[in-house]
Design a protein around this ligand. Structure first.
Ligand code: SAM
Length: 483
């Protein structure tokens, strides 16, 4: 472990208990998983993790988040595979909790990959409205997109673009998250090497990118909307000084830092003096989170309200009245055909499908998007909606991730498995079942497999000598090795 006293010594005057800070910053970080509220309650996630040998500890200040030991590998659990949770550092859940997006809003996630906060935003919005998730690197967005599919998110669209250069005529957003690239000093518990790097990197702080990203957020946020600015570093140059720059660059009163209580979480206020320089008093409303305060990584977060327009912003306000762009919608007749196919196959009601609309999907699929998802015409989006039907063959087939999204409401062609049949379902072997476990199998489409209300995937039904069995039909990487 590099000598933290050397690389972090400049923060000593800011920290209440330097010895405790030092000890905490050098100890391994607990792993944290967050419940996907679209798919499970915290109690259900807890039960699924216990089934796989974990003893999850609830995070007292973040409902739905659980701690596991530092060496845990929740990414290998069925709970993770089935989209009941995602992995996210506990302290990294704070910015979205402060931003508090609501169902139906338009939210911009300006530095989105690998997409953990995007998932938090989209699920808090109950899979409705619009989340535009932007990152400069398309390959990093690929990870975010796969997570979105696993979690069943239909209100998110991804743009690979430089966030600093987004066109001003993207419609105004109700809320913007700016989780900027930074020197990452607060991640030392996960990657101790980061401290050795930051000492040498300091000359190259990316403050110009942070300033440009925050200004873009400020431009694209609507008047009355909110912006959360976050980093995982202690450096005032990347935190308070960036905010100070925004506050001073606009006419007085345009932006204000909001007091943002975080019940149950211990934080230190943002600083108002640094190296003999006095800063705006309202910076004290920001939160500095040091590792020893709550046994987390280090973090910085502030909530900004936009109270007035920026000069020359009238164009944005006019665009807000323009009709929404509904993205790559499919012709009505095609949508009706897909809807009727799903309804006949699985007995969905019109109400089950009402929250969605059909859009063009990736790789010969039709996708379902949230009915009110508004996709910008430019820059072009990488992906929107959730792949739902493979449409390459004459008889379109349900995609596994769509079975997970819709399957709870299915009334026909369903197999209800017992708890003890769950693990064997993920082996490549026929699983004997009883006739009373099947709901109305027609034989024409794969069955949706469920266990205690959680959808497991798709399966084919077999019958040999009067004994019925199912064989799961899953993406290859979903299968497990027999223990
Ligand atoms: C701290 S990470 C974001 C983590 C993410 N919000 C999450 O919770 O999973 C910062 C991200 O900013 C991206 N980035 C760097 N420069 C950017 C730019 N100019 N525009 C948009 N994204 C950028 C990086 O690729 C990186 O994925």
């Amino acid at each position: 472990m590099p000598n933290q006293n050397d690389s972090l010594a400049r923060y000593r005057p800011l920290v209440d208990d330097w010895a405790a800070f030092h000890r905490a910053a050098a100890s391994p970080l607990p792993t944290c998983v967050v419940t996907n509220p679209l798919r499970a309650s915290p109690a259900v996630l807890d039960a699924w993790l216990r089934r796989e040998g974990y003893e999850p500890v609830p995070v007292s200040w973040m409902p739905g988040a659980f701690l596991l030991p530092p060496e845990a590998q929740p990414g290998k659990t069925l709970a993770h595979q089935l989209g009941l949770c995602w992995i996210q550092e506990a302290v990294a859940t704070v910015p979205v909790a402060l931003l508090a997006p609501e169902p139906g809003e338009r939210v911009l996630d300006l530095c989105a990959a690998p997409g953990n906060k995007t998932a938090q935003i989209a699920t808090r919005m109950a899979n409705r409205g619009t989340v535009i998730a932007v990152d400069r690197f398309a390959n990093r967005l690929g990870v975010a997109r796969r997570q979105t599919e696993r979690l069943g998110l239909v209100n998110t669209c991804f743009l690979a673009a430089d966030g600093c250069g987004l066109p001003a005529d993207l419609e105004p957003f109700d809320r913007v998250l700016v989780d900027v690239p930074c020197s990452c000093e607060g991640t030392s518990r996960k990657q101790p090497s980061v401290l050795a790097r930051t000492a040498s990197r300091r000359k190259g702080w990316r403050t110009h990118v942070q300033i440009a990203l925050l200004r873009k957020a400020a431009q694209l946020c609507r008047v009355g909307g909110q912006i959360a600015y976050a980093t995982c570093t202690y450096a005032p140059e990347e935190n308070e000084l960036v905010l100070e720059g925004l506050l001073r660059s606009a006419p007085a009163g345009t932006f204000t830092l909001r007091p943002a209580p975080l019940p149950g979480l211990r934080t230190a206020p943002g600083i108002t003096h640094w190296q003999d320089r006095a800063l705006t008093a309202e910076l004290a409303h920001a939160h500095r989170i040091y590792p020893h305060l709550n046994d987390t990584g280090g973090f910085f977060v502030a909530l900004i309200e936009k109270r007035g327009p920026l000069p020359r912003q009238e164009i944005d306000e006019r665009r807000a009245e323009a009709p929404p762009d509904l993205g790559r919608a499919l012709p009505t007749s095609v949508c009706e055909a897909y809807e009727s196919l799903l309804t006949r196959a699985y007995g969905f009601s019109a109400a089950d499908l009402r929250p969605y609309r059909w859009v063009e999907g990736r790789r010969e699929t039709a996708a379902l998007a949230s009915a009110d998802l508004q996709v910008p015409a430019a820059p072009p989006s990488l992906a929107q909606g959730l792949s739902t039907l493979h449409i390459a063959s004459a008889l379109p087939r349900l995609v596994t991730v769509a079975a997970l999204l819709l399957g709870r409401a299915a009334r026909h062609n369903v197999i209800e498995l017992d708890d003890k049949q769950v693990e064997p379902f993920f082996l490549r072997a026929p699983l004997p079942i009883r006739a009373d476990q099947i709901l109305d199998a027609t034989g024409s489409v794969p069955l949706i497999a469920r266990a205690s209300g959680i959808v497991l995937g798709l399966a084919e039904l077999d019958e040999v000598g009067g004994q019925r069995s199912v064989r799961s039909v899953l993406p290859k990487r979903w299968y497990r090795d027999p223990r």
